[in-house]
Design a protein around this ligand. Structure first.
Ligand code: UT7
Length: 332
């Protein structure tokens, strides 16, 4: 019934943090056999940020979370759930989420990491939403934070030019919202999400080390063409399902904020659904592929420059190693 209320996970604030050092394509030309022209043409990337030794996944996550809390008008004491999406934790354990929790001075609630590689932020948003809708927790910090520079083989030009470091965070709050509504009366918050995994694709994108196998951290390995094909060919299933679950179409979206891996993948996904370029938030040129951090970094840019406003309909979407992939629609 339309007069009924139900809990929704509503976005209260967004923040981001980047390492101090910006590395341009030109700078990479001096260390690896590549060119600014190749990188821009094939990926759209012009620069990326690379963390110094004292900038870690947790320090970047803490900085992003502080901004998100400030924008939300909240303090660390208001948070009872911290979910950090990362594939590059500071340590094998404890989780980066608990380090962020401690760094912010939060002493209650629960904090844990979630690992779904580049789809990690979408998985984390969807997971945090389920906690908030259950009534068990009230306010969540959802963070995507990565230092992929630490797992790159800097002699492999097919991967090292693609990735960067950074972190983004959003605060989600459980709020009573109208159960249903159409058009401008759609409730605020996460309206739907759809997640998928298929482990048979492991060899196309993986890290060749880990505590239980090589006892090392390992390096990222990727069959770029295969990942590209999957990303533009098959991941649209989660987008279609998420639109259907909300009862809206791509034409109703105000903003499409996809994972930022490659400009050509972003353009192709948007075109499939007829989303015009002016509604697509693209930051891959400035940040490179920051894996789980890419979507919240892009959200922060588009909120800070005034594009994403309260009431807007926003779709986030990503695909990562595994493969893992997912999409969510949020009414801001
Ligand atoms: O976050 C999710 C995971 N990642 C992705 O979504 C990435 C998906 N894949 C891609 O974005 C693209 O496949 C890449 C950007 C990785 C590669 O683009 P491509 O158009 O598929 O190029 P390619 O791998 O077919 O390589 C074309 C040529 C090759 O030379 P030959 O064999 O044609 O002589 C490569 O050796 O480009 C060469 N190449 C480079 N040249 C200059 C590969 N890397 C570089 C480089 N600089 N950095």
């Amino acid at each position: 019934m339309s007069g009924d209320l139900r809990l929704r996970a509503v976005v209260k604030g967004v923040g981001s943090a980047l390492p101090k050092r910006c590395v341009t394509n030109k700078e990479l030309e001096s260390t690896v056999d590549t060119s600014d022209e190749w990188i821009v043409q094939r990926t759209g990337i012009k620069q990326r940020y690379i963390a110094a030794d004292d900038e870690t996944t947790s320090t970047l996550g803490i900085a992003a979370a502080r901004v998100a809390l400030e924008r939300a008008g909240l303090t660390p004491d208001d948070i009872d759930l911290v979910v950090c999406a990362t594939s590059t934790p500071d340590y094998t354990f404890p989780s980066t989420a608990t380090m962020i929790q401690a760094g912010l001075g939060i002493t209650r609630g629960v904090a844990f990491d979630l690992q779904a590689v580049c789809a990690g932020f979408v998985f984390a948003v969807s997971t945090a939403e389920k906690f908030l809708l259950s009534g068990s927790h009230k306010r969540a910090l959802v963070i995507g934070a990565e230092t992929f520079s630490r797992i790159l083989d800097w002699e492999d030009r097919t991967t090292c030019v693609l990735f960067g470091d950074g972190a983004g965070a959003i605060v989600l709050e459980a709020q009573e919202q109208p159960d249903q509504g159409q058009g401008d009366n759609l409730p605020r918050g996460i309206l739907a999400s759809c997640l998928r995994s298929d482990g048979k694709h492991r060899a196309k994108l993986y890290v060749d080390g880990g505590p239980s196998t090589t006892k090392t951290v390992g390096f990222l390995r990727m069959e770029g063409k295969e990942v590209f094909k999957f990303a533009v060919g098959q991941v649209t299933d989660v987008m279609a399902e998420t639109f259907a679950a909300c009862g809206i179409t791509a034409q109703d979206l105000d903003w499409f904020v996809p994972h930022q891996a490659n400009r050509r993948i972003i353009d192709a996904s948007a075109q499939k659904f007829g989303i015009p370029p002016e509604k697509v938030v693209t930051t891959v040129q400035d940040h490179g592929n920051t894996s789980a951090a890419s979507i919240p970094l892009a959200l922060a840019v588009a909120c800070d420059d005034g594009r994403i406003k309260p009431g807007d309909l926003v779709m986030i979407e990503a695909i990562g190693g595994g493969f893992t992939w997912g999409a969510a629609i949020i009414r801001w």
